[in-house]
Design a protein around this ligand. Structure first.
Ligand SMILES: Cc1cc2nc3c(=O)[nH]c(=O)nc-3n(C[C@H](O)[C@H](O)[C@H](O)COP(=O)(O)OP(=O)(O)OC[C@H]3O[C@@H](n4cnc5c(N)ncnc54)[C@H](O)[C@@H]3O)c2cc1C
Ligand SMILES: *[C@@H]1O[C@H](CO)[C@@H](O)[C@H](O)[C@H]1NC(C)=O
Ligand SMILES: *[C@@H]1O[C@H](CO)[C@@H](O)[C@H](O)[C@H]1NC(C)=O
Ligand SMILES: *[C@@H]1O[C@H](CO)[C@@H](O)[C@H](O)[C@H]1NC(C)=O
Ligand SMILES: *[C@@H]1O[C@H](CO)[C@@H](O)[C@H](O)[C@H]1NC(C)=O
Ligand SMILES: *[C@@H]1O[C@H](CO)[C@@H](O)[C@H](O)[C@H]1NC(C)=O
Ligand SMILES: *[C@@H]1O[C@H](CO)[C@@H](O)[C@H](O)[C@H]1NC(C)=O
Ligand SMILES: *[C@@H]1O[C@H](CO)[C@@H](O)[C@H](O)[C@H]1NC(C)=O
Length: 588
């Protein structure tokens, strides 16, 4: 059977069948039914779902390179090296932020097929049921409620046992997880038993403040539980999942890499509304136009999508006219209402080597971990090497924060704060860290273009701590983190807090927070969804741009308020439902 084997190998090697294009000259044409801008977390979901129907043609334009063979992306433990790797990043920096004492900080965004799913921390969290019920209420579309979106979370997910095959009873609830989706989700596959046991023991010693929660992905998020990751020995991304070989070989799905979209062109009027017939992009030093007969879908993410809208004359007339860009559609909310979470890392020295620090600090151990991953997809490199558990809490009812602003959370069962429990730190020796993230911010920021040059970076202002409530909430979070390690189980394990934030005056603590806080990189809302006919907002509940025809946004930017969670799972669920809405609209 030599011949058939040879034939299969030849076909699988992909020549002539591979629809991932490195060179625009190889693309068969520039006319498609649907053009998707951005092959990121959401864009590849839309590409996959639309191309399920063989009668429509789909083109994805992605600015970055292929994810294939990129070790920093594939190996979960190397994710921290990936965040700011300039080869796979847009190299963005925020504007100087008053809330951060005037600091400008790097704002990582992925520049690679798979988008942020190919370079993020892989944490898999959905949020509180009330977060989604609030989206349903403000959009007037019950389809965005927790109960109705839940099947889309499952559709995205393929629950996968951890690589060490440990007993997972008591670590998650299988009933709230999907088993057939494209994205693998698993528990940590490498154990640091001393640390993990102490986290769980704390939920027994201080159950009032830190209750245990079997599965915070059930919609009931409050409490502490195991960390889940979008991995199965290696990272699972929208590129490895939704563009897997069996999908990318569809004749009607083409993906062009190294294609940076500048703006939408060829505007006509349909029923009195603007409609764009083409998408202009740069490949090498030349500009091209890809034409969409049915619809253009923007999936450039919370920064890329509003930037492309503004470049195209869709945005606030005052901003556009100041830059000499003719207004096609005056839509003042474009780029506004950016909603993101600030993060503060608390850290303690520990009297133990049961942390990830030895592996990161000792080149021999690091090489051993890498070799083990390479040989068998087991060992410490199968996890992010960051958190083992997560926890969510509310502020106390008498928190000083509530004297400056009403509760911004989505409801009494939704958290204000997220805690990531990390057996490791950033200083020499062994440490543990608790990442304190404010997940229900009052503050809002913006993404606004700064030039008529569509390739110039926009001004990115996440607006952290522009409302005092957020600062006071993080302050309470630091106290809660200190209280966590005060549980008896940590005595003898935990040493000095580094830097020591305990016992600072409230003014000094406030300054320390402003100087130390960092972006949690979960921006949403810059092309936010609102009810049909609302006086603000960028897209309708069906994710079509308000006042335009044949133009949708499907990515994190449409989520109107950041969920009390890391944002990839929610982005996937929005993209799955957004794809269904698109298919229904076109009868596919
Ligand atoms: C470093 C980092 C760590 C994170 N960690 C986690 C985590 O652990 N868990 C979690 O749930 N969430 C995490 N997030 C957030 C989460 O990954 C994102 O919210 C989500 O993936 C966003 O998906 P998206 O589809 O909106 O955008 P993206 O995934 O960013 O996709 C946008 C795509 O569009 C492309 N693009 C942009 N502009 C253009 C253009 N003009 N022309 C062509 N292509 C363009 C980009 O290159 C990119 O591929 C993290 C984010 C970052 C940056
Ligand atoms: C980011 O910076 C690196 C190094 O300076 C550069 O090679 C890369 O092209 C930049 N990325 C983008 C998207 O501009
Ligand atoms: C579409 O727009 C491009 C770029 O502006 C232009 O070169 C092209 O002629 C336009 N095509 C049509 C059909 O109008
Ligand atoms: C921001 O969102 C709020 C609702 O959450 C809305 O009232 C406001 O008008 C929006 N602002 C802009 C500029 O779109
Ligand atoms: C690094 O780890 C190796 C293997 O366990 C060990 O032999 C070596 O002593 C360690 N080096 C240091 C500096 O701790
Ligand atoms: C992984 O193993 C293969 C085959 O043994 C080897 O060629 C490759 O260099 C290894 N890669 C890494 C990163 O260790
Ligand atoms: C914004 O544009 C101004 C004027 O061209 C320029 O001086 C400034 O550097 C730009 N800011 C950023 C962050 O690119
Ligand atoms: C804070 O002050 C109290 C009382 O003086 C002291 O017991 C405690 O050790 C201090 N905490 C830290 C981390 O310095």
């Amino acid at each position: 059977m030599l011949l058939p084997t040879f034939f299969i190998l030849f076909v699988l090697s992909g020549f002539g069948l591979c629809k991932l294009y490195e060179d625009v000259a190889d693309l068969p044409g520039l006319h498609y039914d649907f053009v998707i801008v951005g092959g990121g977390t959401a864009g590849n979901v839309v590409a996959n779902r639309l191309s399920e129907n063989p009668h429509v043609s789909v083109l994805v334009l992605e600015a970055g390179p292929s994810n294939d063979g990129v070790l920093d992306s594939e190996v979960p433990f190397l994710s921290a090296e990936m965040f700011l790797n300039p080869t796979y990043s847009w190299n963005y920096t925020t504007t100087p932020m008053p809330g951060f004492n005037g600091r400008s900080v790097p704002y990582s965004r992925a520049f690679i097929l798979g988008g942020c799913s190919a370079h993020n921390g892989m944490v898999y969290t959905r949020g509180a049921a009330a977060d989604f019920d609030r989206y349903a209420e403000l959009s007037g579309d019950a389809g965005w409620s927790w109960n109705q979106l839940f099947p889309y979370f499952l559709k995205n997910e393929k629950w996968t046992p951890p690589t060490d095959h440990h007993d997972t009873r008591g670590q998650f609830n299988p009933q709230v997880h999907g088993t057939n989706g494209p994205i693998s989700v698993s528990l940590n596959g490498f154990s640091l038993p001393t640390f993990e046991q102490k986290v769980i023991q704390t939920t027994k010693e201080l159950p009032h403040d830190f209750p245990f929660n079997l599965d915070p992905n059930s919609g009931k998020e409050l409490g502490r539980g195991c960390n889940l990751l979008s991995v199965a020995g290696e990272r699972s991304t929208s590129a490895t999942g939704y563009l897997a070989p069996k999908f990318i070989q569809r004749q009607n799905l083409h993906v062009l890499l190294h294609a940076q979209v500048s703006k939408l062109v060829n505007v006509t009027r349909k029923m009195g509304k603007p409609s764009f017939g083409g998408v202009e992009f740069r490949y090498g030093n030349s500009l091209f136009v890809a034409h969409a007969a049915k619809e253009i879908v923007l999936s450039g993410g919370a920064i890329g999508s509003p930037q492309i809208l503004m470049n195209s004359g869709v945005g606030a007339h005052v901003t556009l006219s100041a830059l000499g860009i003719p207004t096609v559609l005056d839509l003042p909310s474009v780029g506004q209402n950016a909603s993101d979470q600030p993060l503060l890392i608390t850290q303690w020295a520990v009297h133990s080597t049961d942390t990830f620090d030895p592996i990161r600090q000792n080149a021999t151990l690091f090489a051993e971990g890498m070799a083990q991953w390479n040989a068998s997809r087991t060992g410490p490199f199968v996890d992010s090497g960051i958190m083992t558990h997560l926890g969510w809490s509310r502020l106390a009812q008498d928190s000083p924060a509530f004297s400056v602003h009403a509760d911004p959370s989505s409801g009494p069962d939704a958290p204000h704060l997220e805690f990531s429990f990390v057996p490791g730190g950033s200083t020499p020796g062994n440490s543990m860290s608790i990442f304190v993230a404010l997940v229900s911010p009052v503050s809002r920021g913006s993404v606004v273009i700064n030039s008529s040059d569509p390739f110039a970076p926009p001004l990115i202002d996440p607006g952290y701590f522009s409302n005092k409530w957020d600062l006071l909430a993080i302050r309470d979070g630091i106290s809660l983190a200190e209280r966590f390690v005060s549980a008896p189980t940590w005595s003898g394990f935990v040493g000095a807090m580094t830097p020591n934030l305990a016992n600072l005056s409230s003014a000094d603590l406030e300054t320390a927070i402003r100087n130390m806080a960092a972006p949690n990189l979960h921006m949403v809302g810059t092309a936010g969804m609102s009810a049909r006919g609302a006086a603000y907002g960028v897209v309708d509940p069906d994710l079509q741009v308000k006042g335009a025809v044949g133009l949708s946004v499907i990515d994190a930017s449409v989520v109107p308020i950041v969920p009390s969670a890391h944002t990839q799972a929610g982005t996937y669920a929005f993209a799955e439902r957004g794809s269904d809405l698109l298919k229904q609209r076109w009868g596919l």
